[in-house]
Ligand binder design. Structure first.
Ligand code: NAD
Length: 447
């Protein structure tokens, strides 16, 4: 079957004709987790998908290839995407503009939600109250209040909810977590997360579908709770640019970095505070969300610095820094670089002393510290390569396995809420022009 999802990095590599990275000598290859399920009819999970756009396409084509998983129906407000859903999942798959039809269908166990952020809450809350398990795309919520309502609905329903920041199910994040938990970098003191793009598609200037019209799109419903405005194909395709529908670079991109970081460090709480700076420097196309966004968080008792830009291409990296070294995590690999954290030579401060003090110091230092010949420490960086951490398969697999087993998932509604809150706090700090914190008592972001 045709691969309907190409990761952004894969796309850029293919279009640039770049060759795959070669493996360095001290590189360990990580094996993917096996995906095994008995395919008996009683074990099959039948899902319906709401939103078959850019991401829904990847989710649908990935899910139907998983063992014991079947698409029962697809919903979208744009009829062109009914055509697409049938191309992916087969002509017999029923399609509709009304997601309520999927919720009424007793043969559907789970709903996959891949609509713009401003629609997440309503569809998730309705799906949970209809007794469905839910896989909802990241960021879980469009604002803090939506997230609070979604957590409540998830708790009340007792259904499985998994949020779609897929890297938390990757072998790379699992390895980073194992290293961190084993004390490989000692005491954590700083985390740095960076990402940069520099092209119109990376900045969400997507071309609207050529045939889009109020006849084949239910525009009014698409707007949902956002202010009413006349039909606009650019808003439909480029909704990420405006806060009325999306959550900016924070909710679109940083949420992945935050979710991966939270998983590796075992943090499940919102940041204590966020202070952001940014602006619209490059893409002056009428958007109201910043294209450069820097954020300083206090998260889990350490400072975390995030630098996001749509104006300059830079690698996507998370650096966990501690007293014994660095773990550096990126899309296709991670490295662990140990650091001794002690003086490996006499202190250069003592070059500034007269010979009568300097020479005995140097002599004594060497006597006490020099390793025996042949026992010199050889500390070197180790790299691990594994499947792309943006691959949807392991994450969707974990969801469908949880639907079968009823066992909880890592990235549940509470985890998703906390990750999304970091994004909302980053945005609120940017728009309010000052630091913000999360007030657990009022469940609000306060200045
Ligand atoms: N996990 C990831 O790596 C990843 C990547 C991209 C997007 N996403 C997330 O996926 C979600 C969708 O993003 P996208 O890029 O696919 O958007 P998109 O605009 O390409 O597709 C969204 C689709 O949802 C449909 N829709 C909107 N409201 C609807 C409603 N009420 N009922 C039924 N259909 C409705 C639209 O018609 C559209 O076809 C967003 O939350 C985004 O943040 C996640």
């Amino acid at each position: 079957m045709k691969n309907f999802r190409v990761s952004r990095r894969e796309f850029l590599q293919t279009s640039a004709g770049a060759a795959g990275a070669s493996l360095a000598a001290n590189t360990v290859l990580l094996s993917p987790e096996p995906m095994l399920a008995s395919d008996s009819p009683s074990n099959r999970v039948r899902f319906g998908i709401v939103g078959v756009g850019m991401e829904g396409t990847g989710l649908l084509s990935t899910a139907i290839k998983l063992p014991g998983v079947e698409c029962a129906a697809a919903c979208d407000l744009y009829d062109g995407r009914h055509e697409l859903a049938k191309e992916i999942a087969g002509q017999s798959v029923p399609t509709t503009r009304r997601y309520q039809d999927l919720l009424d269908n007793k043969n559907i166990d789970a709903i996959v939600v891949a609509v713009p952020d401003h629609w997440h809450k309503q569809i998730v809350v309705d799906a949970l109250s209809a007794g469905k398990d839910v896989y909802c795309e990241k960021p879980m919520s469009h604002n803090a209040a939506d997230g609070v309502a979604m957590v409540e609905a998830a708790k009340k329903s007792g259904r499985i909810v998994q949020i779609g920041a897929q890297r938390t199910s990757s072998v790379l994040c699992a390895k980073a977590k194992e290293l961190y938990d084993s004390g490989a970098i000692g005491d954590l003191s700083l985390v740095e997360m960076t990402l940069g793009r520099n092209d119109p598609t990376g900045a969400w200037e997507y071309p609207p579908p050529a045939d889009l019209s109020p006849q084949n799109l239910d525009w009014n419903t698409w707007l949902g709770t956002a202010p009413k405005k006349p039909f606009d194909p650019y808003t439909f395709a480029r909704w990420r640019c405006w806060k009325e529908y999306g959550t900016g670079v924070a909710g679109d991109l940083m949420v992945h970095l935050i979710s991966g970081m939270k998983f590796v460090l075992g943090i499940n709480e919102p940041p204590k505070s966020a202070s952001a700076l940014g602006g619209i420097y490059r893409w002056k196309d009428g958007r109201n969300m910043p294209d450069v966004h820097t954020v300083l968080f206090e998260f889990g008792n350490v400072p975390m610095f995030v630098r996001l830009t749509l104006g300059t291409e830079t690698p996507e990296v998370t650096r966990f820094m501690g007293s014994k070294g660095i773990i550096e995590l990126s899309e296709f690999g991670l490295s662990h670089t140990p650091q001794a954290g002690i003086d490996l030579a006499p202190s250069y401060y003592c070059f500034g002393l007269p010979a009568r003090l300097r020479e005995p110091y140097f002599k004594q230092w060497h006597e006490e510290h020099d390793p025996k010949p042949g026992e010199e420490p050889a500390s070197e960086s180790v790299s691990f390569k594994g499947n792309d951490y943006d691959d949807l398969r392991p994450h969707m697999w974990k969801f469908f396995e949880a639907v079968r087993s009823r066992k909880p998932v890592v990235q549940d509604a509470v985890f998703g809420h906390h990750a999304a809150l970091a994004c909302h706090m980053a945005n609120e700090s940017y728009f309010r022009g000052g630091p913000v914190h999360w007030d657990a008592a009022s469940q609000k972001i306060l200045s």
